[in-house]
Design a binder for this molecule. Structure first.
Ligand SMILES: C[S@@+](CC[C@H](N)C(=O)[O-])C[C@H]1O[C@@H](n2cnc3c(N)ncnc32)[C@H](O)[C@@H]1O
Length: 179
């Protein structure tokens, strides 16, 4: 099921204003959110991963029409791709995937990366904000800043200390801010 209109509106309202680098959508379905991200962040490279052929193919077809040069659809299992270069991540998946992603996030994400998840929280993480929507499903958007999200997670604290990615932070680099 794709993210609905209210979710997309809330995403636009809350995502960080200025962004650079790569933004990943994990499981892009028909591409609705990927097109939105490509429009919202023309200076970013949007990489949209989709495992199923039909939605991937339809998104590619639509892309012929919209043609955002900063957007790439990949037919690929996102678990097989490193997230080390991501500055932001959006996903709308299922609880089992969030369990697996939590481990991958904690191992691979840069401390300044933001993560936004529709409906399914990252287990054990504290969101910087949780936005409840008045739609049919009472959807919730969970907005995380890596630097603070995993304070409750001992594994993350250890990973932050040990990970080589944490040494990539330069003193003048500021964390993003959700709006
Ligand atoms: C609920 S849909 C969300 C679509 C879109 N992100 C949105 O918000 O409208 C989840 C999508 O993730 C894809 N997906 C699930 N696990 C995946 C994986 N490991 N690799 C790539 N795509 C995956 C599914 O095929 C499905 O199209």
């Amino acid at each position: 099921m794709p993210s609905n209109r209210k979710i997309k509106r809330a995403l636009l309202a809350h995502l960080p204003a200025d962004q650079e680098g790569k933004i990943y959508e994990l499981g892009s379905g028909w591409g609705g959110v990927a097109f939105l991200l490509a429009h919202r962040y023309p200076n970013c490279q949007i990489i949209a991963f989709e495992g199923s052929f039909v939605p991937y193919f339809c998104a590619k077809l639509l892309h012929q029409f919209y043609h955002y040069p900063n957007l790439t659809f990949l037919r690929k299992n996102f678990f097989d791709h490193s997230f080390e270069e991501a500055s932001g991540i959006f996903c709308y998946l299922y609880p089992g995937a969030m369990e697996r992603l939590k481990v991958k996030f904690e191992e691979e994400l840069h401390p300044r990366t933001w993560v936004v998840s529709n409906t399914f929280a990252v287990p054990g993480w504290s969101p910087e904000r949780a936005v409840s929507l008045k739609d049919f499903y009472r959807s919730k958007l969970y907005l995380y800043s890596l630097a603070t999200a995993a304070i409750t997670s001992p594994a993350r604290n250890q990973a932050m200390t040990m990970s080589k990615s944490s040494t990539k932070t330069k003193p003048n680099e500021k964390p993003h801010q959700f709006q």
